[in-house]
Write a protein that binds this ligand. Structure first.
Ligand code: TRP
Length: 367
């Protein structure tokens, strides 16, 4: 009897910041380690999804590698046989199933996907403001040639990613819940038409229940601590990237926005900057292997009056965290990653092809 499957796409590019690291990457790695006794854990790199919007293709190969390297440096155990790490593009069944599902997906259904609407709108807006595109005809040409069909049916490929492996649990952020709902819809639709073809992933509410405690803290921007840390921050001053020089990160923490209340307290509402620093401090301490909770950090520093002293403590430990992480990254065994990818891809091709053949048979392509 095979174990139930937890599956997630691990997207990462070269500009990973501590918000991504503590909010997404580490929770996935921890979840994988903790659940691997009872579940098969499929972690895959959705590399076919990475150019649904235009990218610099000369960097794609390296960013796929760097993706796997970062997860490894974050502690993903490559020798765990229940954890599968693979590239979407190396399992041809993803593309093949996506095509078949495309033919059972409504044009209107895809048009309602909010991520498509948001991303294509952003693209159109950015082009509309360029001088040479003030002419409406040119603008439309740009839209038609650059908002790709790949972006449009991105969710269909995502459904194939999930259904090929009969995954029950898929941890997804808010921006992906609509895609998960679509995956359930298309699976149920196919099951009604062709008999039991697919395992339908659990509904969103059950996903949240299942992954509830695996959600990381949401680190905020250092300059504007009411919004979450994001790489699209223009100045970069509010964001600490994993590749930052430890000394540069130290400076960023020292100049983080605080408040004029003059007392360290955990109060997200009135002291968002200080609260954010308390969270960051807890997370870097946990990463260093210390068994501390946010509550313990809070009680240790509550009432401290000199923000400069408090910031220096945080800045020192963040700098130390970065130096450690960068050393771990440099020490990652490239060959071990390559071996892991290849062996997972061999195994996953077998699993995926079994599902694909079942579907091909159902639709009349095979007997
Ligand atoms: N769309 C996901 C994201 O942007 C990545 C992804 C692709 C994914 N295929 C998936 C996540 C399948 C979960 C399951 O983060």
């Amino acid at each position: 009897m095979s174990k139930p499957v937890i599956l997630t796409g691990v997207r990462a590019n070269n500009d990973i910041h501590i918000g991504n690291y503590f909010g997404a990457i580490l929770p996935i790695v921890d979840m994988a380690k903790r659940r691997s006794a009872d579940f098969d854990i499929n972690l895959f790199i959705p590399d076919l999804h990475s150019f649904t919007t235009p990218i610099d293709h000369s960097k794609l190969y390296d960013s796929i590698r760097s993706n796997a390297r970062i997860y490894t440096a974050a502690g993903l155990p490559l020798d765990n046989q229940a954890i599968h790490l693979y590239r979407q593009s190396r399992i041809p069944a993803h593309s093949e199933l996506a095509w078949i599902l495309d033919c059972f997906t409504g044009f209107g259904e895809m048009s309602r996907m909010t991520q498509f609407k948001d991303k294509s709108r952003k693209f159109i807006d950015s082009k509309m403001s360029e001088d040479e595109l003030t002419n409406e005809q040119k603008a439309w040409d740009t839209i038609h040639t650059n908002v790709s069909v790949g972006l449009f049916n991105y969710p269909v490929l995502m459904a194939a990613d999930i259904l090929l492996y009969s995954a029950s649990y898929v941890p997804v952020g808010d921006d992906q819940t609509q895609h998960l709902e679509f995956t359930r819809d298309i699976a149920e639709r196919m099951n009604r038409k062709f008999g039991d073809l697919f395992v339908v992933p659990k509904p969103v509410a059950q996903q949240h229940q299942f992954f509830g405690n695996d959600q990381g803290l949401r680190i905020k921007d250092l300059v504007n601590p009411t919004k979450k840390m994001s790489k699209s921050d223009d100045s970069g001053k509010g964001v600490i990237f994993l590749g930052d020089e430890p000394q540069a990160a130290h400076k960023k923490i020292m100049s983080a926005t605080t408040d004029s209340l003059g007392k360290v307290q955990y109060d997200r509402e009135n002291q968002p900057g200080i609260s954010n620093l308390l969270e960051i401090l807890t997370l870097v301490r946990q990463d260093a292997g210390k068994d501390v909770s946010l509550e313990q950090t809070i009680s240790q520093y509550t009432g401290m009056e000199r923000y400069g002293d408090f910031k220096r403590i945080v800045a020192d430990e963040v700098a130390e965290f970065l130096a450690n992480f960068q050393a771990r990254l440099a020490a990652v065994d490239e060959q071990a990653i390559e071996d892991k990818l290849e062996s997972s891809e061999r195994d996953m091709n077998l699993v995926a092809n079994e599902t694909l053949h079942r579907v091909q048979t159902a639709v009349g392509l095979r007997r």
